[in-house]
Design a protein. Structure first.
Length: 182
């Protein structure tokens, strides 16, 4: 009889162990599934971080392109202003063209090339003087020889203007290269 009782207790313990094992297997399966979901979430996060880095690099490149385009726009506006000034100085009708061609006009010297040396300062003073003379001379006096001779002397390729012109060519070339670079 004690053997039968011990066999019954042993069977109950085996059934309890079997139930506990099934429960433990379910928990381990849920833990494995959670671990796989966590691994896929980490992989997705890694992929998203890679895309964010690529987007950041693209944004930096776009920022540099924007700065370059901004500089080009500013240079284009300067060129536009210079062209508008040249057009405003030009003849308004074909009849005025010979009369305006008889009075020489000075080309403005950019401030960047004027500042610095004595030759550049002298060129700037001569240009300002020529502008004042042109402003003072009435339309009736513009054809007179003294005014034309003074303006011709100021605008001729001699003295201070001769040293300023070679300095303008590299600046204009750089501006053209910067403006129309691809």
């Amino acid at each position: 009889m004690t053997g039968l009782i011990l066999d019954g207790v042993l069977m109950l313990l085996l059934v309890a162990a079997l139930g506990y094992g099934v429960r433990l297997e379910r928990k381990l399966t849920a833990l494995r599934n959670g671990q796989m979901a966590f691994a896929s979430a980490v992989a997705d996060l890694n992929t998203a971080a890679g895309r964010a880095e690529a987007a950041l690099a693209s944004l930096r490149a776009s920022g540099q392109e924007t700065d370059l385009l901004h500089d080009r726009i500013l240079k284009a506006r300067e060129v536009k202003a210079q062209l508008e000034a040249l057009i405003a100085r030009g003849p308004t009708s074909p009849a005025e063209a010979p009369r305006q061609a008889a009075t020489p006009r000075l080309q403005p010297v950019p401030a960047a090339t004027v500042a610095g040396t004595a030759d550049h300062e002298r060129t700037a003073r001569m240009a300002a003087l020529a502008e004042r003379i042109q402003g003072i001379a009435a339309p009736a006096l513009r054809g007179t020889a003294p005014v034309a001779a003074i303006l011709g002397a100021l605008t001729a390729n001699q003295s201070g203007n001769q040293s300023a012109k070679p300095n303008l060519n590299p600046i204009r070339r750089n501006m053209d290269e910067d403006l129309f670079a691809a």
